[in-house]
Design a protein around this ligand. Sequence first.
Ligand code: APR
Length: 312
Amino acid sequence: MPKRKKIALIGAGNIGGELAALCARKELGDVVLFDIADKEGLAKGKALDLEQNGALLGYDCSIKGTSSWDDCAGADVVIVTAGVPRKPGMSRDDLLTINLKIIRNVAENIKAKCPDALVIVISNPLDAMVYEMKKVTGFPRARVVGMAGALDSARFGLFLAHELGCSVKDVRAMVLGGHGDTMVPVTSYCTVYGVPVKTKISKERLDAIVARTRDGGGEIVKLMGTSAYYAPASGAVVMAEAFLHDQKRILPCAVFLDGEYGYKDLYMGVPAVIGGEGIEKVLEIELTTEEKAMLEKSAAAVRELIEASKKL
Ligand code: APR
């Protein structure tokens, strides 16, 4: 008998809840929504609400809220949002000290209970958190990935579509590098129905769109007082789906670099193929001199965070 896949969501907060809703609606598998003991009620309540939602919408999957790692055992995919989100005025990097401790604990448990899972990290500061996840679990790079590029590229694509007055479906946008102020929106590869956007949008407007993309998360934090959750959840679900359905999708995501783009021992956003083996391949694309310089700056910022983590 084929068994349903199991998806463990670590953190039942804003993103965790939306992740559970999306996984259930897409019937990606049975869902376990995990949080710390103090928040077990939140995890259980959201799970029950979502199972009742299934009775209305007609999806078949079990959704269980828990604070026991035993319930996560044997998961095929683990998506990690454990940690605290940003408050207005905070940068993602400000979260380092608090979230590092949490990620170390989560990683130990994943290593013990979900040794064969694909782990997708969302917690910020993303590149440092996913680096720590790989370090503590000791999993191969194919199975530890960070979600950031998909979200940043979606934001970039939306702003480009608004500017062009066209459907977001016809825009292809790519953002590489670290998930922070130094992210690299790669305008040379952004197209609308195959036509480079550079030929359709003035440099001045394109620069403004790039700046808005870089601050895409901060803009939402200012409005809501906490960080975004719908699009971050969707970014991770697209990645999980590519893995579970062996779709071989090309998505920008934070991958452990082993010489690609000239970088080693570092997580950074690059275009990668996600299929049944996890991260199956990193695509190396030709960058302009300016883009290479931006990537270098981004790598330096990520390295700084990783070095800071090592001291904590
Ligand atoms: N194990 C599991 N869950 C934990 C742990 C832990 N050790 N520590 C904290 N959590 C839980 C919190 O109890 C909370 O319910 O993580 C959840 C986080 O949820 P929210 O505070 O709503 O944060 P959210 O908006 O979901 O963002 C989570 O993702 O994008 C990043 O910057 C964001 O780092 C933040 C993370």
